[in-house]
Design a binder for this molecule. Structure first.
Ligand SMILES: Nc1ncnc2c1ncn2[C@@H]1O[C@H](COP(=O)(O)OP(=O)(O)OP(=O)(O)O)[C@@H](O)[C@H]1O
Ligand SMILES: [Mg+2]
Length: 534
């Protein structure tokens, strides 16, 4: 492959410099200091050259903070907005570590299991494949060999690939467990384990597989390996669970945890279920896509629906009315999924209808418009979905069709819109108030909503506000919160907004909190929703 094809033209958005103003908070014992430039990191020449070939002039905020922490071999839970460069934040220091330690050239695995030095887990096949592509770029002209394994692809071919050796393995959990059980991969040599989209990897759908991998006999224990977790959202309950996999870790929050980029303009429309299709056509023609001039490679539209059936049906409808459209969901064969994504990326089909399978991590340039034809039932999913646009400082538009069915997400949505300085429709404020009122009536004695319609996500532990370790004890008499665990580096507005006492009190446990969680936690086990796609 030619260098130009491999690296393309590095893209940096027009608002890239705005990133400098994002508040960053790192908490934990003896937190390593951040850097300002790639040069400060002292990477090996190969890595430095590859950063230059990618066209990265300076590190993004999450990179400035996370890379020194990873270099210092500390465990890390890092939360930064969608499209802010988390992949490079973990791949570059890991590859550098492998190169510095000297990867064995004699790493063929014929007749024995393969022993990767680093393992990256991701929730979907397409995301695993994308991370692998990034690893190939960053390890260009080096001896380091990245390999990817994921479901749906030919396992024999993947095993053959592994036989030739592997330093950094990117995998979806299901296929990895399968290979591990067949004795093709062993973890004894793993120095670094990464969970990308960590909150998703530790939710009910994936957790058993993750435990199977992380607690397998040959995986080095917590403290003997380095463990890194990355996501744009980290609900408190996931932070608590994640603690079992981490040793004396640093919690890094870039911007508000779980918040969206201000580069994304968010619009919420109240549309009756029966009117949704005609409203969608208006939206499409409003954004300049019409049946006649469908092909606009510089402007792609991603439409999310809740179910696989819904995806098929909406794709058929748009096709019938003349739009160049494709779709991706978990019932499609891997070939079909890859073809659909390729047609979308290239602009051959500038509209794609997708389920949750495309919500996380995918980095597709030119996605100008994300449409939530169906809104998701939890706000984290919303944050990730709309994060497919407005990446690396580029502007983006996210439109969501809201109706009575979505009212449970109204308070969280209201808070998110307010926080990211978006226009808030009056009806959403009223609806949030109603939901809060109904909740109070059904759960007397537990004032979950604290008298205001907003604040719900803090009270549910929804997004997670920041390092939950700081909130173990509520402040006395509304006094200051606990200091950061063992100190740490803080930049930007020190604590504004995070530190309200309602936030601290919100993490109380007890029967009504449990009832609340039962009612509002996302239904990852839903038979109709397309969660499982590895
Ligand atoms: N320092 C940098 N300078 C310019 N572009 C960068 C830099 N670092 C990463 N990028 C580019 O930013 C884009 C988004 O990066 P990435 O996919 O890692 O974001 P992310 O934070 O993981 O988002 P998500 O939460 O959606 O997974 C990629 O196209 C990547 O090449
Ligand atoms: Mg990512």
């Amino acid at each position: 492959m030619r260098e130009r094809d491999l690296f393309g033209s590095g893209h940096t958005g027009i608002n890239f410099s705005k990133y400098e103003d994002i508040p960053v908070e790192a908490t934990g014992v003896d937190c390593p200091l951040n850097v300002e430039t790639f040069r400060d990191l002292g990477f090996t020449e190969i890595i430095r050259n590859n950063i230059a070939l990618c066209g990265y002039d300076k590190p993004t905020p999450v990179q400035k903070y996370a890379m020194p922490i990873i270099k210092a071999r500390r465990d890390l839970m890092a939360c930064a907005q969608t499209g802010s460069g988390k992949t490079a934040a973990f791949l570059l220091p890991i590859l550098n570590q492998i190169l510095e330690g000297g990867p064995s050239p004699d790493y063929y695995c014929y007749g024995r299991p393969c022993y990767p030095m680093a393992l990256v887990l991701a929730p979907t096949r397409e995301l695993a494949s994308q991370i692998y592509d990034e690893a190939i770029k960053f390890s260009y002209r080096s001896i380091v060999k990245p390999v990817v394994v994921y479901g749906g692809a030919n396992p024999m071919q993947q095993m053959e690939e592994i036989k030739h050796g592997c330093h950094i393995l990117v995998a979806t959990p299901g296929r990895l467990v399968d290979m591990m059980e067949r004795g093709k991969i062993a973890f004894n040599n793993v120095k670094c384990l990464v969970l990308d989209e960590a909150d998703r990897m530790l939710d009910m759908g994936f957790e058993p597989q993750i435990r199977r991998i992380v607690q397998s006999e040959d995986m080095p224990r917590v403290g003997q390996r380095q463990t890194l977790m990355f996501s744009a959202t980290f609900p408190k309950k996931v932070q608590e669970l994640a603690r079992n996999f981490l040793d004396n870790y640093i919690f890094l929050a870039v911007g508000r945890v779980g918040s969206t980029s201000e580069n994304i303009t968010q619009k919420i429309f109240l549309v009756d279920e029966s009117e949704k299709r005609s409203f969608l056509l208006d939206l499409l023609s409003g954004s300049g896509i019409s049946q006649q001039n469908g092909i606009r490679p510089d402007s792609l539209t991603l439409i999310f629906v809740e179910t696989k059936k819904g995806a098929d049906s909406l794709e058929n409808y748009l096709h019938r009315v003349g739009y160049p459209v494709t779709s991706i969901h978990g019932d499609r064969s891997q070939n079909e999924r890859e073809e659909a994504l390729a047609a979308f990326r290239s602009g051959q089909c500038p509209i794609i209808v997708a389920t949750a399978v495309a919500a996380r991590g995918l980095d597709i340039p030119n996605v100008k418009h994300v449409i939530n034809f169906d809104l998701p039932s939890d706000i984290e999913e919303y944050v990730h979905r709309i994060g497919r646009t407005g990446r690396v400082g580029n502007p983006g538009l996210a439109s969501s069709l809201f109706n009575e069915k979505n009212k449970n997400v109204a308070p969280d949505l209201l808070e998110l819109l307010t926080e990211s300085k978006q226009e808030v429709p009056e009806w959403l404020v009223a609806m949030s108030r109603d939901v809060a009122h109904d909740y109070r009536m059904n759960h007397r004695g537990g004032s979950r909503f604290g008298g205001a319609a907003s604040g719900r996500r803090y009270q549910s532990g929804g997004f997670g506000g920041r390092d939950y370790r700081q909130f173990d004890r509520p402040p006395r008499n509304g006094g200051p919160v606990n200091p950061p665990v063992g100190g740490g580096a803080t930049r930007g507005p020190p604590t504004g907004g995070y530190m309200q006492s309602s936030y601290n009190q919100s993490y109380s446990s007890g029967p009504s909190q449990m009832a609340y969680n039962r009612q509002y936690q996302p239904a990852y086990t839903s038979p109709t929703t397309d969660w499982f796609n590895q």
